[in-house]
Write a protein that binds this ligand. Structure first.
Ligand code: ZN
Length: 260
């Protein structure tokens, strides 16, 4: 049975560390790399004992770039914490890459390509339309990878592979920044008296206080002849609606005049 992806960190958690700790270290390392602080990121990996990527990630990269297709499939098969669907899609990508490279070798690779299609790709039952297209490619050579384009295609294949695998395998780019931004947006959204156009700082939780609401009297609106029961500003803040027990509702403009 598949296990939940989030409950399965890729590496053994060291003594005194929690899975959350490991995830955080990996996100910080990734953020440092993306900011260009490669030495700091490498030092963090070494000091924490938490690599940015699981060992299977680097192994898969090496195997894909070397065209060791059985080894790629074995690595994918060895991954824990991924769904069977994820696994089948990843294997499908591997064998499709191998198939298209074989087609690119001309008649020499045709028999082997057909075998890969029938024994490796078709049984995975992934993307029937693509399988039909690959079957046609045996005749048309459409999509065949020319020998000089192999390296570039393998890089593309690896990128497709990591996209097909769970987030813990690849660490989605900009993840730490996304988490921080989400926290800021949520704090602002839940700020009852939000009244500050300034940038929200990361150094403290955001909260506007009641006393920050403007309280100076700027205008007195006098058109109603009896008690006012309800007022509300328009979303853009340019108009104010008021209703009164005098049986009238008035739309006011920003300058205090009545909107006709
Ligand atoms: Zn606020």
């Amino acid at each position: 049975m598949d296990q939940p992806e989030s409950s399965l960190p890729h590496a053994a958690v060291q003594k005194g560390q929690t899975p959350r700790h490991e995830e955080l270290v990996r996100l910080i390392a990734q953020s440092l790399y993306s900011l260009g602080y490669r030495k700091a990121a490498a030092t963090l990996e070494a000091e924490s004992g938490v690599p940015l990527y699981p060992p299977e990630h680097d192994r898969l990269l090496l195997d894909v770039m070397s065209g060791r297709w059985d080894a790629c499939a074995a690595t994918i098969d060895s991954l824990t914490g991924i769904t069977e669907r994820n696994r089948a899609v990843a294997e499908f990508l591997v064998w499709r890459g191998h198939f298209l490279e074989l087609l690119g070798t001309g008649d020499a690779g045709l028999r082997l390509a057909t075998e890969v299609l029938s024994r490796r790709i078709a049984p995975l039952a992934i993307d029937r339309r693509c399988v039909h297209w690959l079957a046609r490619a045996v005749v048309t050579s459409e999509g065949a990878v020319a020998p000089e384009a192999v390296a570039e295609c393998r890089i593309g294949l690896f990128l497709d592979l990591v996209e097909a695998l769970p987030p813990w395998f690849r660490v989605p780019s900009g993840r730490l920044e996304h988490l921080v931004e989400t926290a800021v947006i949520q704090q602002v959204a839940s700020c009852i008296y939000h009244n500050l156009p300034d940038e929200v700082t990361l150094f403290e939780d955001h909260k506007c206080h009641e006393e920050q609401i403007p309280s100076d009297c700027r205008q007195i609106l006098c058109a109603h002849k009896n008690e006012v029961w309800f007022v509300r500003f328009s979303n853009d803040g340019n108009y104010l609606a008021s209703s009164s027990s005098d049986c009238t509702a008035i739309i006011w403009k920003e300058d205090g005049t009545i909107f006709n």
